[in-house]
Design a protein around this ligand. Structure first.
Ligand code: NDP
Length: 234
């Protein structure tokens, strides 16, 4: 059965792979984008997750074209890496505003329709760094750890209405975000990854699709690592 799927930040990177994966499975998929054109073959809606009125109008548009959102993937995210003593308050709050409060804004709006339908799937894209910590990423790690508490609280609040809320925590994935890392940092990271390589965005997408599927109907409040073993033990 085709479902109404919304992927924030689905215009590129991991979000795009996730969106394409749902579309290939026959779902109606819209991605949010902030500028330019949506990716070919996918519906797009303009949305900035730091702005609740933008989130509201994006959902209104999605609802009018493909119906209430049944699967929400809160994927939009940014980094502003720097060491703690150099990190300005705005570098902290900007990252939290996009990665954590942005996810809250879209999840809250999506929950309205899901509660009415008495079913729904919310998937938050966190990071191995949220549990492991990472030098230079105090802001990012805090935002990604916050998603865990949010998902688990939602799982408890909404579970009786057939809505699941889960966290997918990728490790290092080939993407624009990791292209920015220095060669030295890449080598350090790979030395720590038991599988000895980065993930492809498709490998993350397949896990997201699974946790949003009927096969995962009894999975909620879970953190599902897709990290090649990097975060084991956390
Ligand atoms: P990219 O930088 O390639 O893409 C980020 C996406 O988020 C873009 O679509 C971007 O839109 C969107 N976005 C950023 N800010 C906003 C905003 N305010 N409103 C709406 N959309 C916004 O990142 P990745 O694909 O690598 O990462 C996707 C997610 O996966 C992120 O949450 C990231 O933290 C997480 N992750 C990534 C890992 C990696 O190794 N790459 C590892 C672990 C987690 P635009 O194109 O307009 O900038």
């Amino acid at each position: 059965m085709s479902r109404s799927v919304l992927v924030t930040g689905g215009n590129r990177g991991i979000g795009l792979a996730i969106a394409r994966s749902f579309a290939e499975a026959g779902d109606a998929v819209t991605v949010t984008h902030r500028g330019g054109e949506p990716p070919s073959g996918l519906s797009g809606v303009r949305c900035d997750v730091t702005d609740m009125s933008s989130v509201e109008s994006a959902f209104d548009e999605v609802e009018s074209t493909q119906g209430p959102v049944e699967v929400l993937v809160a994927n939009a995210g940014i980094t502003r890496d720097t060491l703690l003593l150099r990190m300005g308050e705005d570098e902290f709050t900007d990252v939290v505003d996009t990665n954590l409060t942005g996810a809250f804004r879209v999840a809250k709006r999506a929950a309205k329709g899901m509660l009415r339908a008495r079913r729904g799937r919310v998937v938050f894209i966190s990071s191995v760094v949220g549990l492991l910590g990472s030098p230079g990423q105090v802001n990012y790690a805090a935002s990604k750890a916050g998603l865990v508490g949010m998902a688990r609280s939602m799982a408890r609040e909404l579970g009786s209405r057939g809505i699941t809320a889960n966290v997918v925590a990728p490790g290092f994935v080939e993407s624009d975000m990791t292209d920015e890392l220095s060669d030295e940092r890449r080598e350090q990271i790979l030395a720590e990854v038991p599988l000895g390589r980065y993930a492809s965005a498709d490998e993350v997408a397949r896990v997201v699709r699974w946790v949003a599927s009927d096969d995962a109907a009894y999975v909620t409040g879970a953190i599902i690592p897709v990290d090649g073993g990097l975060g084991m033990g956390h």
